[in-house]
Ligand binder design. Structure first.
Ligand code: AMP
Length: 194
């Protein structure tokens, strides 16, 4: 087993086919690298494609889901290693626990909430998790721009953006995860811009 990769991605079933295609390629790349995929446990949207592909390729996958989602059968029936939590907050905590990498694929507000929490915890020195985005066709350019603006106007510092990276292709993303990714814990004293 190589790295533990927490993947955040969309639950929507209706996004363009290209997002499903690249999610499949990324899942294949993660299994080929012998990584352990940890995700939200869903059976739908990009989450479903991620899990289907990892299972199909005999990779290792863990789902972490609040019990109320199981009650409405949103859990992936083929993910055998499923952890159920009482709350969304605990789910997010467990998703990140021990994660070497937090990888965001394109998604909606649920995905944004998850990666924003990871970025904030990293800034505060609470996690060392490497934070990476798959910026398919510039999907995450607005987020990149927002952070650049925040740094430019001193809401954040360049250091807060250390260890947060965007990749435009599946190949560069997987190569980075396999060979260059590392966990770095920021100094809590540098969290505030003074
Ligand atoms: P979004 O990017 O808005 O689609 O949100 C993805 C996140 O939404 C997941 O990680 C879950 O927190 C939650 N979510 C929404 N729908 C589902 C579902 N059917 N199954 C599992 N998780 C879901």
């Amino acid at each position: 087993m190589n790295k533990r990769i927490c993947v955040y991605c969309a639950s929507s079933e209706k996004v363009p086919a290209k997002y499903f295609e690249d999610t499949k390629k990324i899942a294949e790349g993660l299994v080929a690298g012998d990584h352990h995929v940890v995700y939200g446990g869903g059976a739908v949207g990009l989450m479903g494609t991620l899990a289907d592909t990892v299972i199909d390729r005999k990779g290792k996958i863990t789902g972490i889901m609040p019990s109320f989602m199981k009650d409405v059968e949103w859990n992936h029936p083929k993910v055998t290693d499923m952890v159920y939590t009482d709350t969304m907050s605990h789910r997010k905590e467990l998703l990140l626990e021990g994660a070497d990498v937090a990888l965001s694929l394109p998604g909606g507000c649920g995905t944004y909430e998850e990666f924003m929490e990871a970025i904030t915890l990293k800034r505060l020195g609470q996690i060392g998790t490497d934070i990476v985005f798959y910026n398919q066709d510039g999907f995450y350019d607005p987020i990149k721009q927002l952070f650049a603006q925040a740094v430019k106007e001193n809401f954040m510092t360049e250091e807060h953006m250390n260890g947060i990276q965007f990749f435009d292709t599946v190949e560069t993303l997987i190569h980075y995860i396999n060979h260059d990714s590392q966990t770095i814990t920021n100094d809590i004293h540098e969290a505030v811009v003074r």
